[in-house]
Ligand binder design. Structure first.
Ligand code: ARG
Length: 476
């Protein structure tokens, strides 16, 4: 260790102050407890900045060499023992690294902050975090999509009662239902991509607000850090958190979709439905009632969605009153975003496991789908094919259903005489009714629930997953 050089105190800004900060305020203004998570990004930015300073003659090659070594040491110390980050004095991650550098390098450690500000540092670190985070969550989503595809393949051909307003509507394939959720999560992938792209611009060189006086090469720094472009306006660069909003919006979208999936499964697991059998691994029991198996995994997913949405609303609210440029309020951007990222990552992992382990009760599903009441639309179509205008056909079948309801039997069990009283256009084959299979097979339109388009949709999803896996570097 080099002998400690002297400064009035270790603060980054103490020179003009006569008195110490109030203790409570000092604790209040620190962000190290949460922004230390940005350490790897801070070190990467420091490396790039040291080289940039060499490029403009502020640091010699030897000084850069020593600085890079010291930065590596900080990374190693942290890797060896995360308690290395327990610092009672660090104000934030930027202060922590500068103190650690000075500890290693003496006065040379004070040179690195030449021409730069924490305002651009924190924006840069945070953007790098969001770019990585979005990619991680994309991988989580691909895992979930894979679980949907597997279940859709396993249960291909199982019918269920499709619902609107939670009322039985028309028969569909269970696979079609599963793929509907997969579509929603596929849109989340696009939103994450958008968030990563909006984060992908490097602020370094923006200074505290006005830019840099040393002539540093902003594009070189951006390239070294893996950004594909630089921010356009120094004032905007230190105050912009739109990328964080975009990321939170993407996370809130995922959470909302998970919450809706959760709601479906909570309902399907109820005794009234009994469409799914909850996996033991993802359920809990009651401390009082021995028979209970509760869908806690799904309920918690639904419950946690509130705070993800809250994180988005919180940041929107923080940003709305801010004057242009950096304001300390912006420090409030990180905690909620980190937590939302962690929660959504966990939610995706649990949802993937729970979905994969869920057993579907094919008999119950088929029984509900087989009720002829669900074929009423097809019964109206029967008349349409005989030239009756649809609205009239709808009325006539409505009367058939009313008569069946009055007699307390399915409409297919009425007599020919009874239905011909309603319309002479009904013939013997009307009462045989369409088969469940036919009703589903007729929905052969693109995007419909017939086996053919559902098989095509599974192939498209399989393709999407394969492409994403190769893009995200995961094993197929
Ligand atoms: N810790 C701050 C943040 O998270 C960065 C420091 C900027 N501080 C300042 N006084 N300009 O936003």
């Amino acid at each position: 260790m080099t002998a400690q050089p002297q400064r009035k105190d270790d603060r980054l800004w103490g020179g003009r102050f006569e008195r110490e900060p109030d203790k409570q305020f000092d604790a209040f203004q620190r962000s190290f407890a949460f922004d230390r998570r940005l350490l790897p990004y801070e070190l990467a930015v420091d490396r790039a900045w040291a080289k940039a300073l060499q490029g403009v003659g502020i640091l010699s090659a030897a000084e850069v060499h020593d600085t890079l070594l010291a930065l590596d040491n900080i990374a190693k110390e942290f890797a060896a023992d995360p308690s290395f980050l327990e610092s009672p004095t660090a104000e934030d991650v930027h202060h922590f690294v500068e103190s650690a550098l000075v500890h290693e390098l003496g006065a040379l450690g004070w040179k690195l902050h030449t021409g730069r500000s924490r305002n651009e540092l924190v924006a840069t670190d945070f953007r790098l975090f969001v770019m990585d985070a979005a990619k991680q969550v994309q991988s989580g989503l691909v895992g979930l999509l894979t679980a949907f595809l597997e279940q859709a393949k396993t249960h291909f051909g199982v019918p269920m009662a499709g619902m609107t307003h939670m009322q039985h509507a028309q028969p569909i394939l269970l696979s079609h239902f599963l793929l509907a959720h997969a579509e929603a999560f596929s849109r989340d992938l696009t939103r994450l991509q958008h968030a990563a792209e909006s984060a992908d611009a490097c602020p370094m060189g923006s200074g505290a607000l006005a830019g840099n006086s040393f002539g540093i090469d902003r594009n070189a720094i951006a390239r070294e850090l893996g950004f594909s472009r630089i921010t356009a306006n120094s004032l905007d660069a230190v105050s912009d958190r739109d990328f964080a909003l975009d990321y939170l919006f993407a996370l809130a979208g995922i959470a909302t979709h998970l919450s809706r999936l959760a709601e479906d499964f909570v309902i399907f697991a109820s005794q009234e439905f009994a469409y799914v059998i909850l996996p033991d691994e993802y359920s809990t029991g009651s401390s009082l009632m021995p028979q209970k198996k509760n869908p806690d995994a799904w309920e918690l997913m639904r419950g946690k969605t509130g705070r993800i949405t809250g994180a988005l609303l919180g940041l929107l609210t923080t940003l709305k009153g801010l004057p242009t440029s950096y304001q300390r309020d912006l420090q409030e951007d990180k905690e909620a975003l980190f937590s939302a990222h962690d929660q959504v990552s966990d939610m995706l992992a649990v949802a993937t496991g729970a979905l994969a382990a869920t057993k579907f009760n094919a008999e119950r599903l088929r029984a509900a789908a087989s009720n002829p009441a669900l074929f009423a639309t097809d019964a109206a179509d029967y008349l349409v094919h005989r030239g009756v205008p649809f609205r009239q056909a709808h009325d006539l079948v409505g009367q058939v259903l009313r008569e069946a309801e009055r007699q307390g039997k399915p409409w297919t069990q009425l007599t020919l005489e009874e239905v011909q009283k309603i319309s002479p256009l009904f013939e013997e084959d009307f009462l045989t009714g369409p088969s469940l299979e036919d009703v589903i097979a007729n929905k052969v339109v693109l995007g419909g629930t017939a086996p053919e388009p559902v098989r095509a949709a599974m192939a498209i999803l399989q393709n999407r997953i394969t492409q994403l896996n190769s893009k995200l570097g995961a094993k197929p």
